[in-house]
Design a protein around this ligand. Sequence first.
Ligand code: HEM
Length: 183
Amino acid sequence: MAQDRQSWAIKDEAIYEDLVQLMNLTSEDINLLKELYPEAEKRVREMTDDFYSRLFAHEMTKEYFEGKDMEYLHKMIGNWFLDLFRGNYDQDYVKQRLRIGHIHVKIGLPVRYPLAMIDIINAHGEKIAETGSNPEKAKEAVQKVTALDIAIFNQAYEDNQLNHLVELVGNERLARRLLQGLG
Ligand code: HEM
């Protein structure tokens, strides 16, 4: 028999706080990331070039960019990357990144594609961390904030699926059971 979970009651704005609490970024993490901001700024274009090189080399992902202003997208993802090093990981930060996740839901992009890009973000994050005062700790901090982004991307997709299923079947409990694979 399926058990109801406390996490099911966490919705909307409460999700931002739930994730912030779970990740528990310490003041040390925050300071290490902030310290890296100038270096991240220097390397941001290298990161966005690698990012779009991969997506343009694959037919399935390339087609999403037809007719798009690529300079604008370099800037947008560059800002998203730099925000990792601004030292502010509050509920507004989660909300803003969840909004970006929802933009990807709306363009019909399978979630595997954004998630498969995290290694590029991490690789550049790690190179940047190596220039800091405590590289090992800084690398861990980078991984923490990018893990938060994995959670956020998934959340955007799950919100969408759950909402539609609730509309279809009429109640959330049944929708959750269906998503669990239970009848
Ligand atoms: C880590 C993964 C990713 C991040 C962080 C990311 C980030 C962003 C950001 C910040 C924007 C601008 C949103 C805005 O207008 O405010 C954007 C737009 C967009 N992204 Fe991504 N993205 C990711 C993965 C992908 C992938 C894998 C694809 C396609 C294969 C993709 C396709 C697009 C497209 C087409 C837009 C423009 C949407 C529109 O305005 O019509 N993104 N992305």
